[in-house]
Design a protein around this ligand. Structure first.
Ligand SMILES: [Zn+2]
Length: 226
């Protein structure tokens, strides 16, 4: 894993520096969106985002990826410094084509897990070793992980990343995620989108919309001080 390019990148979420990485292990191009001084810094707010072409680019409503990406960038921009790692592990790591195939199986009635298993994959094939290498290349001493998933903290720690804390990722309600709040009121924990399809959690991160109680399956955890 090495840094192969750095450039300024103004976005609709604010001004970033984009750092391009080449990973010879998975032969993929990854990027880090960097705000402020992070080289050699400690407690750097960091968000991991796994690539989702259908959500991030096309605005698919089968998952939350686009909202999570944009709100993650905005959140980092609102802080003194921060990093969003854009990891090229599409569809929970199974790849774009297999994700589309899994969607097709879901259209026939299988749930997310069953669809992945039918294609011969584990439910989640993601690997955060790449993220650990990127943070090491940026010489970040420690991070505060922006996530609603405490398991992600453990995973990164296993790869040698010093995780000093966790920052909950709470998304403000808008026209696109209002159905969360509506379905939340009607059902317990089962989110069905406006087309009647199960709403996927592709970022291994339960979505928390401001004003909505966290999913029952996630134990409530106090936000880190500071
Ligand atoms: Zn997605």
């Amino acid at each position: 894993m090495r840094v192969v390019g750095v450039a300024e990148l103004p976005t609709r979420a604010g001004h970033f520096r984009v750092v391009a990485f080449w990973n010879n292990r998975d032969a993929k191009e990854h990027i880090a969106m960097v705000h402020g001084d992070v080289i050699g810094a400690s407690n750097v707010p960091t968000r991991l985002h796994s690539e989702c072409v259908t959500g991030d680019v096309m605005g698919s409503l089968r998952c939350d990826c686009r909202d999570q990406l944009l709100e993650g960038l905005k959140k980092i921009q609102s802080m003194d410094r921060g990093i969003l790692l854009y990891l090229r592990q599409e569809g929970r790591g199974i790849g774009l084509i297999n994700k589309i195939r899994a969607y097709a199986l879901q259209d026939q009635g299988l749930d997310t897990v069953e669809a992945n298993l039918a294609l011969g994959f584990r439910d989640d094939e993601r690997d955060y070793a790449v993220a650990a290498h990127m943070l090491r290349s940026l010489n970040v001493r420690s991070i505060e992980l922006i996530t609603n998933n405490p398991n992600k903290v453990q995973q990164l720690t296993q790869y040698g990343v010093s995780v000093a804390g966790r920052i909950p990722h709470v998304i403000p309600p808008n026209d696109h995620n209002r159905f969360y709040l509506e379905t939340k009121a009607k059902r317990s924990g089962h989110f069905i989108d406006t087309w009647g399809k199960p709403h996927l959690v592709e970022q291994s991160d339960p979505v928390v919309v401001d004003g909505m109680a966290p999913p029952e399956s996630e134990p409530a955890e106090p936000a880190p001080a500071g």
